[in-house]
Design a protein around this ligand. Structure first.
Ligand SMILES: C[S@@+](CC[C@H](N)C(=O)[O-])C[C@H]1O[C@@H](n2cnc3c(N)ncnc32)[C@H](O)[C@@H]1O
Length: 273
């Protein structure tokens, strides 16, 4: 059953992976292989590149990136443990090229310019909506290097409140979902990258729904929301940008050293008695 649902002519690379392997590594509400395949159709990844897979969950996308493009991958995630991820990486024979790390995307332990590319699958919304985040992240990729994200999002921004047919499913944290145009504007404002592409997956909602039917058929709230929506609002979005070669991202401010100088508190002495 799952075999049929996860094999899709739209995603020939992903369809080679065993459905049991994909399902055993589920870490979110989307198929990480489908989203990684879609994103990398427009990102140039060459053998030997150093790639940051930011918010990689349990690491399926990291293994996929290595297997498909022969890149080295630093598989960084916050919520899922590194030990289980390492077992998956070892079983795939990728332990010499895929390195699991536990880290917060807002406090990355890497040298400036270390990566040739950054990929983030269904994760960037959790931190990347911060106006200052792209500037922070861009430090870690070499000048000219690509940063690509793909994940659940909106086909267009809502005017006003959440549409009625989505309210049962909608949670406050879904305020982080945005459209491709929103991401383009958001990234262009930083002026630290050149945005090459921001778009919506054709029929993305159908793939989203298909994934839910395959891995979480009892999740009727999400399935009903997607079915009622018919792709009017919900879908998959991706954005790809390149760090400008002639602009240096601002250094993060970690501390501002100051010396105390004693001064009188008031202009004149307070009258006594
Ligand atoms: C919906 S899951 C997607 C996981 C995986 N990329 C996938 O597509 O299956 C979101 C992931 O974002 C990661 N994440 C959220 N906030 C993060 C942060 N501040 N730093 C690093 N990872 C974060 C979580 O740990 C989680 O694994």
């Amino acid at each position: 059953m799952i075999v049929d649902q996860l094999a899709s002519p739209r995603f020939p690379r992903s369809s080679r992976y065993h459905p049991d392997w994909v399902v055993a590594g589920v870490s979110g509400g989307a198929n990480p292989l489908w989203l990684t395949e879609w994103l990398t159709e427009e990102m140039e990844l060459r053998p030997g590149m150093r790639v940051l897979d930011l918010g990689c969950g349990r690491g399926a996308s990291s293994v996929f990136l290595h297997q498909e493009f022969d890149v080295q991958v630093w598989a960084v995630d916050l919520w899922f443990g590194v030990d289980e991820r390492l077992e998956r990486i070892r079983d795939a024979g990728a332990q010499d090229a895929v390195f699991p790390l536990h880290a917060d995307a807002r406090a990355l332990p890497f040298a400036a310019g270390f990566f040739d590319a950054v990929v983030s699958i269904d994760s960037f919304v959790y931190y990347g909506t911060d106006d200052l985040y792209l500037n922070y992240l861009a430090r870690f990729v070499r000048p000219g290097g690509p940063i690509g994200i793909a994940g659940a999002g909106l086909v267009g921004e809502f005017d006003g409140s959440v549409p009625d047919h989505l309210t049962t499913w909608w949670e406050p944290s879904m305020a982080c979902l945005h459209s491709a145009d929103w991401w383009r504007r958001h990234w262009e404002r930083s002026a630290v990258v050149q945005v090459d592409l921001a778009d919506t997956m054709p029929d993305g909602w159908r793939h989203w729904l298909g994934w839910q039917h395959a891995v979480a058929p009892d999740n009727s709230v999400e399935i009903d929301a997607l079915t009622a929506d018919q792709g009017r609002h919900l879908g998959y979005v991706r954005a790809i940008a390149r760090r400008h070669t002639d602009r240096i991202p601002d250094e993060p401010i970690t501390s501002i050293p100051v010396d105390y100088s004693r001064r009188p508190l008031y202009r004149a002495a307070e009258p006594s008695g």
